[in-house]
Write a protein that binds this ligand. Structure first.
Ligand SMILES: *Cc1c(COP(=O)(O)O)cnc(C)c1O
Length: 432
């Protein structure tokens, strides 16, 4: 579900009018729906009721403290990829004991922090890393809980930058040598083997690659349970979301209008196919969803500054740039774009490029897109921007970070203030 819909002629997030938010807080502006985030967490949780499980939200997808706090209160665990994320979780009231630590390049400082704070498990991605964790744990006089990430060499059928489960990707330990890796890890004195982990990619829109990977890896999990007493199997994240037709998809009619073959993945279908494969293991099942939890919960609001009629194209130049939302430039990511003022059913449309002010030709949100006619001063919502949106923002072109808002019913909470000039130059020093 999502919570963006037209009401009284203007786009709302839950009960809040987005035009009012844009006028009050300025643009560009990220807006998130609390109800959507909670609904997604609870739906996935319910779909997995038959197995002992822990949902470890992939923090990197959207790590605002308010979002983390919301999920911590729901009882979520967290998948983290840095020491900074661990500190965020704790700052937001989350429990280090429910954190798994992923990533191919953990530093000594990060490993020490995670051991000191008592995380649930390291998900190690190379033998060199396991040896190093063992060494650091030994120096600290503690035992490190470790799972190994296996690379199952299956094709996730997603964009090449977010595919992680093929042998040519840098992630995990090759399927062919994972047994030897567990054997060697089991002999290290300061390591406790706690689980087995995999994550084959992001934005998967079919359950088939998940099934293929679990069928391949579940027998290993059973074997390692017997051999080393591991207690969990993490199947990673990657559940895809609807980016096309994202406004309509909030509607039950839209789902029922779809032919069976082209229905996007639902968590109910995902669970229905995976739970029967996972339940017989008798292990605790971990999941690491990021995009699914927050992607459709967010929109980025931007204002049209100018319209420019080139000989080949019409450009809508908006006040958000690739520094605010990089997905189109980085992944050819599609985002639906909707005007905040509801267009009449028979309103004229125009085919335009929606572009930002940054000095890069990759700085666009849509190309050759037919959208309802708009003019300078109008605001647009760039939909499905809740995941890998704000968190990937930069200050490129000395542009301050946008503000973020969390909507709860009729209430809008500012959960991050817009940066100002002093934020931009904080930490910089002119030598005297
Ligand atoms: C990024 C990542 C995830 C989350 O992926 P989504 O597609 O956002 O669900 C989960 N696990 C690991 C190890 C990751 O790197």
């Amino acid at each position: 579900m999502h919570s963006f819909h037209y009401q009284n002629g203007s786009l709302h997030c839950e009960g809040v009018d987005l035009q009012t938010l844009a006028d009050t807080h300025g643009t560009p502006l990220y807006v998130y729906s609390q109800a959507t985030i909670l609904d997604h967490f609870r739906r996935l949780d319910a779909a997995l009721a038959e197995v002992d499980h822990l949902i470890c939200y992939a923090t990197k997808a959207n790590s605002n403290l308010a979002v983390l706090n919301l999920l911590a209160k729901e009882g979520a665990g967290f998948d983290i990829v840095s020491g900074g994320e661990l500190r965020r979780i704790q700052h937001a009231g989350g429990d280090a004991g429910k954190c798994t630590f992923a990533g191919v390049g953990k530093t000594r400082a990060e490993i020490e922090l995670a051991l000191r704070e008592g995380i649930y498990c390291f998900n190690a991605e190379s033998e060199a890393e396991i040896v190093f964790i063992d060494q650091v744990a030994g120096e600290m006089g503690v035992k490190a809980p470790v799972a190994l990430r296996v690379n199952p060499n299956v094709d996730a059928q997603t964009h090449k930058y977010i595919s992680t489960g093929k042998s040519e990707n840098k992630f995990g330990i090759d399927f062919d040598i994972i047994r030897e890796a567990y054997d060697r890890a089991s002999k290290l004195p300061n390591i406790t083997l706690r689980g087995l982990q995999m994550h084959i990619g992001s934005q998967l829109t079919s359950s088939n690659p998940f099934v293929e990977a679990v069928e391949k890896v579940a027998p290993l999990a059973a074997e390692f349970k017997d051999a080393y007493g591991i207690e969990f199997f993490s199947v990673g994240g990657g559940i895809g979301i609807v980016y096309q037709d994202s406004l309509a998809s909030g509607d039950a009619d839209w789902w029922s209008s779809k032919e069976d073959g082209e229905k996007p993945l639902t968590v109910e279908e995902y669970a229905a196919r995976l739970v029967p494969l996972l339940k017989p293991l008798g292990l605790r099942i971990l999941l690491e969803p990021g995009r699914y939890m927050v992607g459709n919960a967010g929109a980025m609001i931007t204002r049209i500054l100018y319209e420019k009629h080139g000989s080949a194209k019409t450009f809508k130049i908006v006040d958000a740039g690739m520094n605010d939302l990089i997905r189109p430039a980085l992944y050819q990511g599609h985002h639906d774009i909707a005007p905040l003022r509801q267009p009449a059913d028979d309103a004229a449309t125009e085919t335009v490029d929606v572009v930002g002010p940054v000095c890069e030709s990759g700085d666009f949100f849509a190309q050759n897109r037919e959208i309802p006619a708009t003019e300078a001063g109008d605001c647009l919502a760039v939909l499905s921007s809740g995941a890998y949106g704000f968190v990937m923002a930069s200050n490129y072109n000395s542009r301050p970070f946008p503000a973020e808002i969390l909507v709860d019913g009729d209430t809008a909470h500012v959960i991050r203030k817009r940066q100002d000039f002093s934020d931009l130059v904080a930490g910089e020093i002119i030598p005297s």
